[in-house]
Design a protein around this ligand. Structure first.
Ligand code: ZN
Length: 243
Protein backbone atom coordinates (compact mmCIF):
# COMPACT_ATOMS: atom_id res chain seq x y z
CA UNK A 1 0.00 0.00 0.00
CA UNK A 2 1.25 3.47 -0.92
CA UNK A 3 1.41 6.39 1.43
CA UNK A 4 1.52 6.73 5.17
CA UNK A 5 0.77 3.80 7.40
CA UNK A 6 -2.07 3.80 9.89
CA UNK A 7 -0.43 3.89 13.33
CA UNK A 8 -2.32 1.46 15.57
CA UNK A 9 -1.91 1.01 19.31
CA UNK A 10 -3.50 -2.12 20.79
CA UNK A 11 -4.16 -1.53 24.48
CA UNK A 12 -4.95 -4.39 26.84
CA UNK A 13 -5.56 -4.59 30.56
CA UNK A 14 -3.23 -7.64 30.37
CA UNK A 15 -3.92 -9.16 33.78
CA UNK A 16 -6.01 -12.27 33.01
CA UNK A 17 -3.24 -13.66 30.78
CA UNK A 18 -0.79 -13.41 33.69
CA UNK A 19 -3.14 -14.66 36.42
CA UNK A 20 -5.39 -17.29 34.82
CA UNK A 21 -3.94 -20.46 33.30
CA UNK A 22 -6.94 -20.95 30.99
CA UNK A 23 -6.39 -17.50 29.46
CA UNK A 24 -2.62 -17.85 29.30
CA UNK A 25 -3.08 -21.09 27.36
CA UNK A 26 -5.02 -19.27 24.64
CA UNK A 27 -3.09 -15.97 24.58
CA UNK A 28 0.34 -16.68 26.10
CA UNK A 29 1.66 -13.21 25.27
CA UNK A 30 -1.62 -11.42 25.80
CA UNK A 31 -4.63 -10.97 23.57
CA UNK A 32 -3.25 -7.60 22.46
CA UNK A 33 -0.28 -9.45 20.97
CA UNK A 34 -2.67 -11.74 19.03
CA UNK A 35 -4.66 -8.76 17.71
CA UNK A 36 -1.48 -6.86 16.90
CA UNK A 37 -0.07 -9.80 14.98
CA UNK A 38 -3.27 -10.13 12.95
CA UNK A 39 -3.21 -6.43 12.06
CA UNK A 40 0.51 -6.56 11.35
CA UNK A 41 -0.08 -8.93 8.43
CA UNK A 42 -1.71 -6.01 6.59
CA UNK A 43 0.84 -3.58 5.18
CA UNK A 44 -1.52 -0.67 5.89
CA UNK A 45 -0.67 -0.76 9.60
CA UNK A 46 2.19 0.02 11.90
CA UNK A 47 1.35 -1.63 15.24
CA UNK A 48 2.43 -1.03 18.81
CA UNK A 49 1.19 -2.64 22.02
CA UNK A 50 0.38 -0.99 25.35
CA UNK A 51 -1.01 -2.21 28.67
CA UNK A 52 -2.43 -1.02 31.97
CA UNK A 53 0.61 -1.62 34.18
CA UNK A 54 2.98 0.50 32.10
CA UNK A 55 3.68 4.11 33.21
CA UNK A 56 0.68 6.40 32.64
CA UNK A 57 -1.35 3.24 31.92
CA UNK A 58 0.71 2.72 28.76
CA UNK A 59 -0.91 5.72 27.12
CA UNK A 60 1.10 8.89 27.77
CA UNK A 61 0.30 11.88 25.59
CA UNK A 62 3.25 11.17 23.31
CA UNK A 63 1.90 7.68 22.49
CA UNK A 64 -1.61 8.97 21.86
CA UNK A 65 -0.32 11.82 19.70
CA UNK A 66 1.32 9.18 17.51
CA UNK A 67 -1.70 6.86 17.39
CA UNK A 68 -4.25 6.98 14.58
CA UNK A 69 -6.36 4.10 15.85
CA UNK A 70 -6.50 2.80 19.43
CA UNK A 71 -7.86 -0.67 20.26
CA UNK A 72 -9.16 -1.06 23.83
CA UNK A 73 -9.62 -4.34 25.73
CA UNK A 74 -10.34 -4.03 29.44
CA UNK A 75 -12.42 -6.11 31.82
CA UNK A 76 -11.83 -6.38 35.57
CA UNK A 77 -9.73 -3.29 36.26
CA UNK A 78 -11.53 -0.39 34.57
CA UNK A 79 -11.24 1.67 37.75
CA UNK A 80 -7.45 1.39 37.72
CA UNK A 81 -7.34 3.40 34.53
CA UNK A 82 -6.61 6.94 35.69
CA UNK A 83 -9.22 9.59 34.96
CA UNK A 84 -6.46 11.60 33.28
CA UNK A 85 -5.75 8.68 30.94
CA UNK A 86 -9.43 8.36 30.03
CA UNK A 87 -9.59 12.10 29.34
CA UNK A 88 -6.46 12.00 27.16
CA UNK A 89 -7.99 9.16 25.11
CA UNK A 90 -11.37 10.87 24.79
CA UNK A 91 -9.79 14.18 23.79
CA UNK A 92 -7.77 12.47 21.08
CA UNK A 93 -10.96 10.88 19.73
CA UNK A 94 -12.63 14.29 19.64
CA UNK A 95 -9.58 15.46 17.69
CA UNK A 96 -9.85 12.67 15.12
CA UNK A 97 -8.27 9.48 16.51
CA UNK A 98 -10.20 6.28 15.84
CA UNK A 99 -11.17 4.11 18.84
CA UNK A 100 -12.14 0.44 18.69
CA UNK A 101 -13.67 -0.75 21.95
CA UNK A 102 -13.75 -4.52 22.32
CA UNK A 103 -15.99 -6.82 24.34
CA UNK A 104 -15.98 -5.89 28.06
CA UNK A 105 -14.71 -2.40 27.22
CA UNK A 106 -18.41 -1.48 27.11
CA UNK A 107 -18.02 -0.09 30.63
CA UNK A 108 -14.51 1.31 30.24
CA UNK A 109 -13.91 4.90 31.28
CA UNK A 110 -13.12 6.29 27.80
CA UNK A 111 -16.20 4.63 26.26
CA UNK A 112 -18.55 5.88 28.97
CA UNK A 113 -17.02 9.34 28.80
CA UNK A 114 -17.42 9.60 25.03
CA UNK A 115 -20.93 8.12 24.90
CA UNK A 116 -22.39 9.79 27.96
CA UNK A 117 -24.22 6.62 29.05
CA UNK A 118 -23.27 3.70 31.31
CA UNK A 119 -22.88 1.09 28.55
CA UNK A 120 -24.45 -1.53 30.80
CA UNK A 121 -25.95 -4.72 29.38
CA UNK A 122 -27.06 -8.22 30.38
CA UNK A 123 -24.62 -11.11 30.22
CA UNK A 124 -24.15 -14.82 30.85
CA UNK A 125 -21.06 -16.96 30.59
CA UNK A 126 -22.35 -20.40 29.64
CA UNK A 127 -20.02 -21.41 26.80
CA UNK A 128 -22.72 -21.47 24.12
CA UNK A 129 -22.54 -20.27 20.53
CA UNK A 130 -23.39 -16.99 18.86
CA UNK A 131 -24.23 -15.92 15.33
CA UNK A 132 -23.13 -12.39 14.46
CA UNK A 133 -25.19 -10.99 11.59
CA UNK A 134 -23.78 -8.31 9.29
CA UNK A 135 -26.89 -6.17 9.02
CA UNK A 136 -25.49 -3.70 6.49
CA UNK A 137 -23.76 -5.61 3.64
CA UNK A 138 -22.62 -2.31 2.10
CA UNK A 139 -20.71 -1.19 5.19
CA UNK A 140 -16.89 -1.08 4.79
CA UNK A 141 -16.41 -2.97 8.07
CA UNK A 142 -18.17 -6.12 6.80
CA UNK A 143 -16.40 -6.42 3.44
CA UNK A 144 -14.92 -9.89 2.98
CA UNK A 145 -16.60 -11.14 6.15
CA UNK A 146 -19.69 -12.82 4.69
CA UNK A 147 -23.31 -12.55 5.80
CA UNK A 148 -22.62 -13.75 9.33
CA UNK A 149 -19.94 -15.06 11.69
CA UNK A 150 -20.58 -18.20 13.73
CA UNK A 151 -18.56 -18.55 16.92
CA UNK A 152 -18.73 -21.88 18.75
CA UNK A 153 -18.35 -20.16 22.12
CA UNK A 154 -18.69 -16.56 23.24
CA UNK A 155 -19.98 -14.83 26.34
CA UNK A 156 -23.63 -13.85 25.93
CA UNK A 157 -24.27 -10.09 25.90
CA UNK A 158 -27.83 -8.93 25.44
CA UNK A 159 -30.14 -6.01 25.12
CA UNK A 160 -30.98 -3.65 26.59
CA UNK A 161 -27.54 -2.22 25.85
CA UNK A 162 -27.43 1.24 27.42
CA UNK A 163 -25.78 3.18 24.61
CA UNK A 164 -26.96 6.19 22.63
CA UNK A 165 -28.56 5.39 19.27
CA UNK A 166 -25.57 4.24 17.16
CA UNK A 167 -24.72 6.40 14.16
CA UNK A 168 -24.18 3.19 12.16
CA UNK A 169 -25.38 -0.28 13.11
CA UNK A 170 -23.06 -2.90 11.59
CA UNK A 171 -23.72 -6.19 13.42
CA UNK A 172 -26.52 -7.74 15.47
CA UNK A 173 -25.80 -10.95 17.38
CA UNK A 174 -28.09 -13.80 18.24
CA UNK A 175 -27.38 -16.20 21.11
CA UNK A 176 -28.46 -19.75 21.86
CA UNK A 177 -30.58 -18.55 24.76
CA UNK A 178 -32.68 -16.43 22.39
CA UNK A 179 -31.15 -13.04 23.24
CA UNK A 180 -30.09 -10.44 20.69
CA UNK A 181 -27.50 -7.68 20.93
CA UNK A 182 -26.28 -4.72 18.87
CA UNK A 183 -22.79 -6.19 18.63
CA UNK A 184 -21.19 -3.85 16.11
CA UNK A 185 -21.89 -0.12 16.38
CA UNK A 186 -20.20 3.01 15.04
CA UNK A 187 -20.45 6.29 16.94
CA UNK A 188 -19.12 9.65 15.77
CA UNK A 189 -17.80 12.00 18.42
CA UNK A 190 -16.15 15.26 17.43
CA UNK A 191 -13.80 14.52 14.54
CA UNK A 192 -13.36 10.88 15.58
CA UNK A 193 -15.08 7.58 15.00
CA UNK A 194 -15.64 4.84 17.59
CA UNK A 195 -16.43 1.22 16.77
CA UNK A 196 -17.73 -1.11 19.48
CA UNK A 197 -17.45 -4.85 18.73
CA UNK A 198 -18.74 -7.55 21.08
CA UNK A 199 -16.59 -10.70 20.58
CA UNK A 200 -13.49 -11.36 22.62
CA UNK A 201 -14.19 -13.02 25.97
CA UNK A 202 -10.79 -14.00 27.35
CA UNK A 203 -11.42 -17.74 27.74
CA UNK A 204 -12.38 -18.31 24.09
CA UNK A 205 -9.90 -18.04 21.19
CA UNK A 206 -12.05 -15.73 19.09
CA UNK A 207 -9.34 -13.21 18.19
CA UNK A 208 -7.71 -16.08 16.29
CA UNK A 209 -10.82 -16.41 14.09
CA UNK A 210 -10.12 -15.18 10.55
CA UNK A 211 -13.52 -13.51 10.12
CA UNK A 212 -13.08 -11.66 13.42
CA UNK A 213 -9.60 -10.58 12.32
CA UNK A 214 -11.07 -9.33 9.02
CA UNK A 215 -13.57 -7.21 10.96
CA UNK A 216 -10.78 -5.75 13.13
CA UNK A 217 -8.66 -4.90 10.05
CA UNK A 218 -11.61 -3.34 8.22
CA UNK A 219 -12.66 -1.42 11.32
CA UNK A 220 -9.18 -0.01 11.90
CA UNK A 221 -9.14 1.31 8.34
CA UNK A 222 -12.67 2.67 8.69
CA UNK A 223 -12.11 4.63 11.90
CA UNK A 224 -8.66 5.92 10.86
CA UNK A 225 -8.64 9.73 11.04
CA UNK A 226 -9.63 11.89 8.13
CA UNK A 227 -8.53 15.05 9.98
CA UNK A 228 -6.52 15.74 13.12
CA UNK A 229 -7.58 18.64 15.35
CA UNK A 230 -4.91 19.65 17.84
CA UNK A 231 -6.83 21.94 20.19
CA UNK A 232 -10.26 20.40 20.75
CA UNK A 233 -11.06 23.01 23.40
CA UNK A 234 -10.18 25.96 21.18
CA UNK A 235 -13.04 28.47 21.15
CA UNK A 236 -11.71 31.63 19.52
CA UNK A 237 -13.62 34.92 19.16
CA UNK A 238 -13.30 35.83 15.49
CA UNK A 239 -13.69 39.09 13.56
CA UNK A 240 -16.54 39.40 11.08
CA UNK A 241 -15.65 38.73 7.45
CA UNK A 242 -18.19 41.38 6.33
CA UNK A 243 -17.39 44.55 8.31
ZN1 ZN B 1 -16.11 -11.42 28.84
Amino acid sequence: MEGKKIRVTVWNEFRHEKEMEAVKAIYPQGLHQCIGEALGKDAAFEVRLASLDEPENGLPQEVLDNTDVLFWWGHAHHQEVADETAKRVADRVLGGMGLIVLHSGHISKPFQRLLGTTGQLRWREDGTSTRIWAVNPAHPIVQGVGPYIDLAQEEMYSEPFLIPEPDELVFISWYKGGEVFRSGCVFRRGAGKIFYFQPGHETYPNYKNEQIQRVLINAAKYVAPTVQIQDVYGCPCVPSLEY
